[in-house]
Design a protein around this ligand. Sequence first.
Ligand SMILES: Cc1cc2nc3c(=O)[nH]c(=O)nc-3n(C[C@H](O)[C@H](O)[C@H](O)COP(=O)(O)OP(=O)(O)OC[C@H]3O[C@@H](n4cnc5c(N)ncnc54)[C@H](O)[C@@H]3O)c2cc1C
Length: 483
Amino acid sequence: MTETASSKSPSPFRIAVIGGGLAGLSAAHRLMELSRERQHPVSITIYEAASHWGGLVQTKHHDDYLVEYGADSFITNKPWAVSLCERLGLGAELIPTETEFRRSLVLRKGRPVPVPGGFQLMAPAKIWPIVVSPIFSPWGKLRLGLEYLLPRQTGLGDESLAEFTRRRFGREALERLVQPMIGGIYTSDPEKLSLAATLPRFQEFEHQFGSVIRGLRRQQTEAPDNSDGSSGARYGLFATLRDGLVGLTTALVNKLADQVQLEADSRVDSIESLGENGSFQFEISGGAKAEFDGVIVALPAYRAASLVEPIENKLAEALKSIEYASSAIVISGHRLQDIQHPLDAFGLVIPAIENRKILAVSFASRKFAGRAPDGRVLLRTFVGGAMQPELLDRSDEDLLDLVAEELQELLGVPRQADFALVSRYADAMPQYHVGHLEIVGRIEQCLEEMPRLALAGNAFHGVGIPDTIRSGERAAERIFQSI
Ligand SMILES: Cc1cc2nc3c(=O)[nH]c(=O)nc-3n(C[C@H](O)[C@H](O)[C@H](O)COP(=O)(O)OP(=O)(O)OC[C@H]3O[C@@H](n4cnc5c(N)ncnc54)[C@H](O)[C@@H]3O)c2cc1C
């Protein structure tokens, strides 16, 4: 049969995804979905510099321990991770946090004490747990409660998380609880962290209800299931996969393998725009050249900056202005009966004013089932971050020693462990400093001129896994719109 104009299928639009972390894999997966839904053939190639896929998501086994080297779970009230798992057929593999130990500890004067029930990152949704908590002095408690009555202030622009917390709840709330809790998530200095970019909900509560506490209480009455995850939302507030998060990246790679060209060990260092027909060209490590009609760059912002510099200097400059922090996790397995503290919580966060050398300890096997053999416990101790970057200059041996000493002093963990290792993350965590949203606005403005170029990753609209997945999926949708 001869091909007529009407029967001739359109030649596939060639799309490159650069970066095979969760953002890049999700982008490629969404491209495949869109291609099928819209019956528009595309040819997709994904380039990953490392020999393995998944970027910051890595799960490994150490004897009978199941160890997450990086991320270990995700929040479920942002739907994109759960939705992706379900579309990949992993719904039945999702597990919630264990109910028995669903609480956190915070260090106060060298002693772990429980975070008051209902305390949500910066504010209490319940009063009584604050009244009886040993964390705050009587004045600190009074000052926290005064938030309910303070007049609202609007028009202050983008405040730092520290400024906002001091203004609404007082210095003690910041130093004793908010700094370590938020610091644990963003590995950041709250004096620099943008409230608007990280926790806009709290700013909105002040604007809408005149008080954060009032806003939280209103939210609790209207949607109690979403408040602290303990009241039976479908998967609880945090979830992971039974055999570790690597299940997600493996399922993505397996699903992509049929239709996507997967190029591991392939670093891309810069992209050129070929101007006339709007396509892009780049060289892959090893020297091969490739040409594409659309490109999704799913890399940390500073790496994306060097790739796009030849195309658009203003875009590169804006990307470079997003700072990053490094951190390390010391992961260790222990015999539970040897540890003095009952470890009856998900973990311990450590305020900077306690002057310790560690930021937090996650009691990983108390949080999720199947992480340690019976009678054993898996700990993940966080070091460094934006508050203590100098510690990361130390050797692995020194870090293991430093953490062993801290764990012994704070929780009575003997130095003898089943295993202990260091997992380092250099420049891995973007810092959403005051002004972050303005930088992202500039980046998006530059991209308006280049509809066939998209960016994805955790540098822009959220650092966690659900936001990263969403960034990849949005990048795919943007490219499809340009076809
Ligand atoms: C220690 C740590 C713990 C975390 N814990 C959690 C958690 O429990 N829950 C949660 O929700 N989030 C957590 N996060 C955040 C979450 O892991 C990340 O937001 C997410 O994994 C980022 O994915 P990504 O694809 O944007 O980036 P990455 O995972 O960094 O992927 C980028 C990929 O690009 C590749 N690459 C780099 N340069 C090039 C190049 N030139 N060419 C080709 N490829 C290149 C890299 O090798 C990498 O594989 C954590 C982060 C860290 C650092």
